[in-house]
Design a protein around this ligand. Structure first.
Ligand SMILES: Cc1cc2nc3c(=O)[nH]c(=O)nc-3n(C[C@H](O)[C@H](O)[C@H](O)COP(=O)(O)OP(=O)(O)OC[C@H]3O[C@@H](n4cnc5c(N)ncnc54)[C@H](O)[C@@H]3O)c2cc1C
Length: 105
């Protein structure tokens, strides 16, 4: 089993993770590392700003969605990317900081 790490759960990251998860099935793990608890449909933020929509209409909880479809979710921000590994890891890895430190092989 391989792990694909998607950095950023915005429009493109969330789309990439969802398609990858569908295409790879249970054979491989898709992991999303993003600092936000919620996904945000950014284009409609302007309507929240002018009082035409409620904040709850442009946000949804990422953890619940990812749990349902089997995507691993890490609420953290990536601080360094090591595509060729390093002294402590021979495989590629990402260092992320969030509620704790996560080393993602
Ligand atoms: C007010 C407004 C209106 C818009 N209207 C439209 C529209 O009508 N139509 C349209 O096509 N586009 C519109 N856009 C543009 C559209 O929102 C962006 O093009 C789109 O959000 C870009 O998607 P993205 O995934 O590249 O970036 P983002 O959606 O910004 O996602 C990036 C993600 O990466 C995360 N991230 C950042 N740093 C790290 C890190 N170190 N580690 C891990 N994760 C990290 C962020 O928290 C975020 O979740 C609008 C934008 C704005 C601001």
């Amino acid at each position: 089993m391989k792990r694909v790490v998607v950095l950023g759960g915005g429009v493109s990251g969330h789309t990439a993770a969802s398609y990858l998860n569908k295409l790879l099935g249970k054979k491989h793990q898709v992991t999303v590392v993003t600092p936000n608890k919620d996904w945000n449909w950014i284009p409609s933020n302007i309507w929240v700003g002018v009082g035409q929509m409620d904040k709850s209409e442009v946000l949804f909880d990422l953890a619940a969605v990812y749990k349902k479809v089997g995507i691993e979710y890490v609420k953290a921000k990536a601080v360094s990317i090591h595509p060729e590994g390093g002294a402590s890891h021979s495989a590629p890895y990402v260092v992320a900081q969030g509620t704790g430190d996560h080393n993602l092989d």
